[in-house]
Structures are given as C-alpha cells and as structure tokens.
Design a protein around this ligand. Sequence first.
Ligand code: BGC
Length: 758
Amino acid sequence: MKIVKALILVFILGATTTVMAQNKDRIPEVESLLDKMTIDEKIGQLNLLTPGGGVATGSVVSENVEAKIKAGNVGGLFGVASPKKMKIAQDLAVKKSRLQIPLLFGSDIIHGYKTTFPIPLGLAASWDMDLIKSTAQIAAKEATADGINWNFSPMVDISRDPRWGRISEGAGEDAYLGSAIARAMVTGYQGDNLMDTNTMLSCVKHFALYGAVEGGRDYNSVDMSRVKMFNQYLPPYKAAIDAGAASVMTSFNDVDGIPATGNKWLLTDLLRDCWGFEGFVVSDYTSLNEMIAHGLGDLQAVSALALKAGLDMDMVGEGFLSTLKKSLEEGKVTETEINNACRRVLEAKYKLGLFDDPYRYIDDSRPEKDILTEENREVARKAAQHSFVLLKNENNVLPLKKASSIALVGPLADSRNNMLGTWAPTGDVKNAITILEGFKNVAPNATINYAKGSNILNDEELAKKINVFGPRVEISKESPEALLKEALAMANKSDVVVAVVGEATEMSGEAASRTDITIPEAQKKLIRALVATGKPVVLVLMSGRPLEIPEEFDMPVSILQVWHPGVEAGNAIADVVYGDYNPSGKLTATWPRSVGQIPVYHSMKNTGRPAPASEEFQKFKSNYLDEKNSPLLPFGYGLSYTTFEYSNIKLNKEKISQGDAVEVSVTLKNTGNYDGEETVQLYLHDVVRSITPPNRQLKGFKKVFLKKGESKTVMITLQPEDLKFYNSNIEFVAEPGAFEVFVGGDSDASLKASFILQ
Ligand code: BGC
C-alpha cells in the first residue's frame, strides 16, 4: 500500500517529487572507509573504465588507466581480457592507491561466458525457467573462475520491433514472460549468497524502455504513456529488482524527454523510492556524455544532472571524474550526493567480499576445472535443442532418417563464425560446432553432400558494416552462379535438402537495426532454386530477430528456426533434425507478415473499430488496404513432431472476490506419434475496465512432457495480482467484472472459460 501511495505521488508530482531517501541499515566498514576518503577518492569510485582491446561501442576509450588506478580514480574496470591482467590491475588498486580500495571487474556475459548458450531471444523460446537459470549459473561459475564479479546482464528490455537489432538480446515482446526470465537470470547469476565465489553481481539493463526506440533504430528516442510503461515495459525490470539484482544500467534513450542517465524520476523516484532498490546504478557506455548530444548542456551540466538524478557510476565517459569536484565547489551538487553514490559502489564491493580478499575471484586453479567443461557443453546443447522452434513441417518430412542422403547447403551450414550469435565477446568462435560437423557427429553413417550454395549476401558495402567483430559475411571468390550450380548438383543426388540460411551473427545485436527483415536476396535465390528441384527441402533458419518470411512460408518447405544457437550449434541442430530431440520451442515475439505491420504483438487492443474476424477488408475499420492485421506467426507459436490436443477447460470458481486465486485446468493429450513437450499457455482478457484492455495477455504457462498417446490434466493458477493492472492513476488494481481465460498452444488459443470478479 505504501508503495502504491508513493507511486501515485511520484506520478502526480513527477520530477519535482522529493520523496525521502530510504533510511536503510548502514554497513559500518563502508561508513568508516567513507570517513577517511577525500572528495577526489570518492569521485574516483564512481568511475568505470575499460582498458580497451575490443571494439569500443561508444566514441571514447579509456586512457592512462594504470595511473588513474594508482591515484584512486577508478572504481572498477570492464572488458579486461584475462585474470592475469585483472591481478595486475587489482595489485595497483590495493597496493599502490592510498586507501587500497579493490576494483570491481565487470563484463558482458549475455548468453554464457566461454560456454556460449543460444542468444537470449532463443533461450526465451525454451519457456523453461529452470534451464534458463542453469545457463546463468554456469555463466557465473565460468566468469568468476576468470576473475569477473559483475555481469552486465540480464537485458530485460521488452521489444515489439524486430527491426531493432537488440531484440536478439532480450526475452521478446511480453512483460509476463520477460519478468519470469528476469527472475531466473538474476537468481542464476547471484545465487543465494554473493560471497560465494561462484556467483556474481547482476546488472539489469537497460533501464528503461530501450526496446521501444522509434522506428526500431538503435539509440533512438522513446516516447511512451505512463500506463503503457507501467503495464507493458517496466515489469521485467521490477521483477529483476524484486529478485535482488544488485545493480542497474541506464539506457541510452530518453524517457519523457529526459535521457535515462539523467532522469531523476526514473532513477530515484521510481527505482529507489517506489521499488526500494538498494544497489547501485551505472550508466551505459558514455551515455552520460551523450546527454550533451541529446541537448541537455555541457559535460559539467550533464554530469551534475546525472548525479542528482541518482546515477552512481559513470561508464567510460569520465564526466563525473572530470567535473564533479568543480560542481561541488560551485554548489551545483552536494557532498551528500557524492557520498550516497560512493557508498552504493563500496557496498557492492563489500557484498562481494572484496574488502576481505580483493583476489578472491582470481584463482589459478579454477579456469581449467570450471570453464567450457563437457558438462557445461552438455547444458549448452540441451539449451540449444530447447530453443529451436519448428515453424512448419511439410508432409512431416522431419525428423529425417539417419540413413538418408542429405544435401547440406547454405552459407551458414559450415560457418563457424556465425554460430555464437551477437554479444558473445567472451566466447570463442573456434569452439563452436558447425552444422556440417554436427551432422557428421550425430549421423556418422549418413551421406552428406555439402555445398555453400550462396553467400549470405552479395553487397560488399553492407558486408563491411556487418564485419566489425570479424568475418561474419564472407563473399566468395566464386560467382553466385557457380555456387548455386554446385548446390543444385548436391540436391539432385540426395534424398532431401537441408538448407541453412538466414542472418549472419552481426546482422542483429547492438547498432544492427534493419528496415528490411527478409532473408537476403542472395539466399532467397538459392532457396527458390532448391525448391524447384522437387526434392523435399528443410530450411534451418538462423536469425537474431523475427524475420519477414511469407514467401518461404508459402513454399512447400519445412522450417526450423534455430536463432544463433551458441557453441553446440551443429550438434543440437542435428539432434533435432534427426529426431533425437523433439522440438518444443515457442516464439516469444510475433513474426509479422510484412515490416509495415510493425508493431504487431499478441496483446494488442480491440480499438473502437475492430476489423472483422474474417480479416476481409472493410472500409472505416481498423485494417490495411494491402495486408491482413494478423501476423504470419503469433506469439507463443511452435510445432512439434507430435501433435497435442487441448480439451475440457475448467475453472475451480466462476465468481471470485478480490484477493482470490483461480485454478484453471485443461486436459492435454499427445495425439501424435512421438513423445514430446508442450508449453501450455494461459491468456487473460479483462472484458471491461477503466482503461482499454488488451484483447488477451499471457498470464501463465507450464511446460509439460507427454509420452505418445498420454493425457494429462494441466493446472495453472491465476494469482490475484495476475488480474491487476496499472490504471490511469498508476494504481495497481483489479477491477470487478468479467474475465475470459484462453488456454492453448499459442496466443491464438481458442479454448475458453470465464469468471466474474465481484
Ligand atoms: C551496451 C551495453 C553494454 C556496454 C558495455 C554498451 O554499448 O549498450 O549493453 O553492457 O556497452 O559493454
């Protein structure tokens, strides 16, 4: 209740609110250290540097890092390539700086450290929270074995825009699923005890609303109503905070006209005062300095703005380091504000046990036994299998028989550089299994006729832009015609064609937005020609985003969506193609028919002029002249080698009171010829309420395994808070009236029941 009231106050008063900072317990060791520190030393703790070496994502790289550490001008480092180098840096901090304060070591371990798991959008498609949590635990174990104690993950930005390259890094379009995944990841990284050397600080990012950049263009502006942000975009960040995330990273975009990095409403009023966050907030890479370009003033002005807003640590830009003392002298910031920020950074170090032993994460005996072990690779293989989504299975061609002869073609079939996916800077492409290798491992007796068939794309200028992290798109010296000819020869002498096509790794990810999200034309030509041979064709489709594939979907082909599967890519794909694992992934972001439909997502509203259910065009209705409203593939969609039948939906009550839960049960039957897993999904429609409701919203799911022929009763409980939403006063309420419940295997589920909230 207190929180709701504070929230209302914040909402009404906006940025002028002065809700008192919480009086939490102070840590005596941190307080006595603070007492000893000079202003310069305090400001030094707010400075996060990267010694470089990789590709800097901002415009600034850190210089004179050693001298700055010795002078007590650095609170932490990230992107340090090895534990040996971390040891040298920590030595400088604890042996050469006056107060011997240890450094934090951060990194981006987005989907695994050396054992690279599928990209997060793929992991999300598993709908398996235990599995996702175990990938985070392994990431933490491996990273801490190499000295890292702070992870810039999870990325929980909701996105409904597949043009945005970073949709690959998150859980997709839905706040309910996104919240569950945020919890799984934070608890996976942090464990129960941060003092445990297998765990690390998590950093939930990018706070906030980064996934809603206009036009899907990276770093662009965001403008969103409060009801939309509270209901649809903020829940995963809050879930991560509630799960105990130790730090938060701000986003590059503005929120209500103020860049997140300098936004007091966001960083203090909401995050700390309403949500009770007690950790520290770090900027994104030079996002503090970027407020100059946003038009908010010079470096001194934006640094003061950020500190006062609640930013504690400045990533790379050194705006705090170079201007805060002057601002203090000129009365533009207060010592209390600097103390508060410094305290939060020191508290994080204390929680990790760094004051007891600054070298506790640097242990020479660990890397060999903890990193990239067979056991970890097994989890990577399993995670990849579970992330694949079967989009189409023409004539039940899949699974293939291990004895058949296969033409394995396509520019991604033997492309080690494209297996790990975007944002895998700690992974090593050399460790990745290609599809060609995986097929040979899993079906050693099969005849595999390999040919590249085409380039990923033929545009050299575009290839250059994609190849910043290494050769992802390699344009062959052979002509496109020669490549195609070779592939067709392979197809003609094989029983079946498996074509591995789609996006190169760096065609999604940061600063990789696309306005055209189709399969590149070079590969489309290959696909058309393969289909024309009349052989059965299976497309193994790789991408970091939902693609626009109506043309391919209409062809007589089977399609297995595999995202970028990580270090075990080839083995996992072969496992699924040959039926050693029956695919169970479900889409977590809607696939549009055309880019012009974007945004298109499952929780859209009815409008006052809904289009007819038949999707026939009607003048003066909410529809397009040239396209249907419905997407090509709805949220939650995914096939299996078996089939599932839903029946017998029941609720334990038809009328409930405020605070009551509702138990929903259905009978699920495996009606096909294989054992398999199905993700049962529950969608809720609040029929009448004070602000316009979405037609349906995900409010529950359960992944169930059924042997062939088996039936099970599946129960999902709707908790009282599942009926709630933020109304126009930003009160979190459930309003009396009718609710409809839909249960099924995707967001078009038709099995329906209703109840009344009195
Ligand atoms: C990204 C962050 C990342 C940071 C540090 C930025 O460009 O937006 O997600 O954590 O770089 O590598």
